[in-house]
Design a protein around this ligand. Structure first.
Ligand SMILES: Nc1nc2c(c(=O)[nH]1)N[C@H]1C(S)=C(S)[C@@H](COP(=O)(O)OP(=O)(O)OC[C@H]3O[C@@H](n4cnc5c(N)ncnc54)[C@H](O)[C@@H]3O)O[C@H]1N2
Ligand code: MOO
Length: 408
């Protein structure tokens, strides 16, 4: 029997990358309105200064700031009103010391002005005479040309996940079309004689497919697309036929179950039966998820995820997500918080351990309690808020210790 030769998570990530260094996710162009959550495939440079002209941030009068110095309610400065700026229009006239031009919020600041005084700090004596009741400083209430985004500067990096704010930036730059990575295509195969589909009658002894649904959700959350989802019996030929279909239409194949060393675990043999490098990882020093398989067949990355639901989802996060993000240059900070442990928690796995926890908040501080349950229980994940990473040399976590909790 072929037993595991376990490697570390870091080692596995590196090996996968080394074996798929040349693999590229393709790019496509999408409309800005369809770009939310997509990953930029090409950096975006600013081709114009934003704004393209100096703008006022208030309704007021553009002035030479030094004209207001020393002004107060009792001794106001007196200026001549020489014009008005209309929204969306240019103003040819400039101003010199002693003059003021009315400017609405967002309007163009005339040449010569170096400050805008808010209307409520002025008093209009007549159509041509303005009193200033307050001093302003140079640059006050002006957003200068290029202050928001400078011409020729890099504004959005390749690998940036497009947020609503990034959509605003693209709008400001006039980018109707955006180059993004095509959604990575996944094919999910659940294996096991006991596994039945959602609509099938649940006979005693059978198990409803959990993993393909949880994986479907994980893929969608990652920004991928599921191009096939099948249940296959524990049979070498049936599995081979399905994997053959899968490698032809997807980027990444996920086979759940059959990754261990039981007599009916065919995943490894099937991957090895294709042209390519075959299985290059069988066994991870991680808990849960030890019997993980990774290999290459017909140029495609194939994962054999452990059958236990928690293990399959954790390994998806640990290896599959990591691969996709690295390929797209996507640098996301995992949502995390610091929390104080509520209980002593021993760990003697000797492996990197993903310990699920629940969180509670008291007096503005977070406290974490370990969730107990087996990796065959999907409710373990459903009821947990996040996980703590325990390094292989750690013997546990002590009550009162503060740790980082990665949120699920
Ligand atoms: N002798 C050993 N036995 C096992 C080991 C080991 O190291 N030596 N590791 C255990 C661990 S840890 C895990 S995890 C499992 C992984 O086994 P497989 O990947 O071969 O998966 P199966 O045997 O097919 O299934 C395990 C378990 O999960 C259920 N399952 C499978 N697929 C689904 C699905 N799509 N939805 C819901 N539940 C699923 C299946 O019914 C089994 O109960 O191996 C241990 N054994
Ligand atoms: O690693 Mo298994 O994946 O612990 O349940």
């Amino acid at each position: 029997m072929d037993f595991f030769k376990v490697v570390t998570v870091e080692g596995a990530r590196e090996t996968i990358m080394n074996n798929f260094r040349e693999y590229k996710f393709e790019l496509e162009e999408v409309d800005i309105l369809d770009s939310l959550g997509r990953v930029l495939g090409k950096e975006v440079y600013c081709e114009i200064d934003v704004p393209e002209f100096n703008r006022s941030t208030v309704d007021g009068y553009a002035i030479v700031a030094s004209d207001s110095h020393g002004a107060s309610d009792s001794i106001p400065s007196v200026l001549n009103i020489v014009g008005e700026v209309h929204m969306g229009e240019t103003i040819e006239d400039g101003i010199i010391s002693g003059n003021a031009i009315y400017v609405p919020t967002g309007g163009m600041v005339p040449n010569g002005a170096d400050g805008v005084i808010m209307i409520e700090n002025t008093e209009k004596l007549d159509e041509e005479t303005l009193l200033l009741n307050k001093p302003i400083s140079i640059g006050e209430n002006i957003i200068y040309k290029g202050d928001d985004m400078k011409k020729n500067s890099l504004v959005l990096e390749m690998g940036k996940k497009i947020s609503p704010e990034a959509m605003g930036v693209l709008g400001a730059l006039g980018k109707r079309k955006v180059k993004v990575f095509k959604k990575p295509r996944f094919y999910i195969i659940s294996t096991g004689d006991e596994i039945i589909d959602i609509e099938e009658k649940l006979e005693f002894g059978k198990i409803r497919d959990i993993n393909s649904f949880a994986l479907f959700g994980s893929i969608s959350a990652l920004g991928g697309e599921v191009v096939g989802k099948r249940i296959v019996k524990d049979d070498f030929n049936l599995l081979k036929t399905e994997v053959e279909k899968a490698v032809n239409i997807s980027d990444i194949v996920l086979i759940s179950g059959g990754s261990s060393v039981g007599t009916r675990d065919f995943t490894k043999a099937v991957i090895d039966s294709f042209e390519g490098k075959g299985v290059f990882i069988h066994g991870l020093s991680v808990k849960p998820g030890k019997p993980t398989i990774v290999g290459e067949g017909m140029g495609k990355l194939i994962f054999g995820l452990p059958g236990h639901p928690v293990s399959s989802i954790i390994i998806f996060k640990v290896l599959v997500e990591d691969f996709v993000k690295q390929k797209m240059n996507l640098k996301e900070i995992k949502p995390q918080i610091r929390a104080t442990m509520d209980f002593n928690f021993p760990s003697s796995s000797g492996k990197l351990t993903y310990q699920m926890v629940t969180l509670r908040k008291e007096d503005g501080k977070y406290f974490a309690t370990p969730s107990f349950g087996k990796s065959s229980m999907i409710s373990l994940l459903k009821d947990s808020d996040g996980y703590i990473l325990l390094e292989k040399h750690e013997e546990g976590i002590y009550k009162g210790e503060e740790r980082t909790v990665f949120l699920l």
